[in-house]
Design a protein around this ligand. Structure first.
Ligand SMILES: [Zn+2]
Length: 143
């Protein structure tokens, strides 16, 4: 029942988490037991790869030569629909609050998660207040 699913860390273009049937905890990297309650039969949970950017940063000083070759590059922490957070690469300019979907690209010789913005229908949404949106969301105050 707990079929192990290969994920991107072993070359399969897929995000996989695990969940605990006993306490409903979810986590990203494969373990033999639940980190919360110790239950020893975690279940594989295939992830859609769709989520919202929770944090974003641009790396200017890469950790090694391979990544230095592509710097600057963006990294994002994405809160997936399954309530699991995943770190991945993203286009420069990736912003917090944007809805994204994962693809997998070879970066510096490694297959890595890469989150691309999902085009949204323009119009009203419930994205909340965004002070830095610039233009579209703010109406100029009348004089
Ligand atoms: Zn548990």
């Amino acid at each position: 029942m707990s079929a192990d699913l290969d994920d991107w860390t072993v070359g399969a273009p897929r995000l996989v988490a695990q969940r605990c049937e006993a306490c409903a905890a979810r986590w990203l990297f494969r373990r033999d037991f639940c980190p919360h309650c110790g239950c020893q039969s975690p279940q594989a949970l295939a992830l859609t790869g769709v989520g919202i950017v929770h944090a974003a940063t641009v790396v200017h000083r890469a950790p090694d030569d391979e990544f230095r070759a592509i710097a600057p590059y963006a990294l994002v922490l994405v809160e997936l629909e399954e309530a699991v957070r995943v770190m991945g690469h993203a286009p420069l300019g990736a912003a917090i609050g944007v809805r994204v979907e994962v693809t997998f690209v070879e970066i510096a010789g490694r297959l890595l998660p890469y989150f691309c913005p999902i085009p949204t229908v323009t119009g009203r949404s419930d994205r909340g207040d965004r002070g830095d949106q610039g233009g579209a969301w703010t109406s100029p105050s009348s004089k």
